[in-house]
Design a protein around this ligand. Sequence first.
Ligand SMILES: [Zn+2]
Length: 142
Amino acid sequence: MLEVKQIQNGIVIDHIKSGNGLKIFNKLQLYKAESPVVLLINVESKLLGKKDIIKIENTFDVDLNLLGLIDENISINFIKDGRVIDKKKVIIPERVTGLITCKNPRCITNSDDYMQPTFTLISKEKLEYKCNFCDEITKYKI
Ligand SMILES: [Zn+2]
C-alpha cells in the first residue's frame, strides 16, 4: 500500500467514487492552490472497492454544494494538528446558485451577465434542477 504523508492542517475529501477524483480536482480548481494538494486515485476501500481521495493542506473551505452535486457519498475530514477534528457528509443541495447553466438558450440567465442562475432541486435520483427564472429542467452533469 502506497503511503502518503498525513496532512497536519487542512481537509481530506474522502470516499470519492473512483474516477471522480480528477473531476473534483478540476472543478475545485485545485491546480491553482498554493498549498500542497494530493490526489490519490484507485485507493482500496472496504466500502466502495476503489475510491479516490484528495488531501488539501492549509485549506478549510470547500464548496459543499458543488461536492454534493458531483458525488453525494463524499465525506470531508477536517484536520488540525494532525488529528481529525470534524467530519462532514455532503448532501445534494436543494438550491443551487451559479454552478449550473440553464439549458434554455433564451433564458435571461444566459444573456444577462448580472443574473446569477438559480435552481431548485426537483429530482434527487436524476439530479434534475428547475431554473427559477424560466422553469426549464436542467440535469447536472460533471
Ligand atoms: Zn432558465
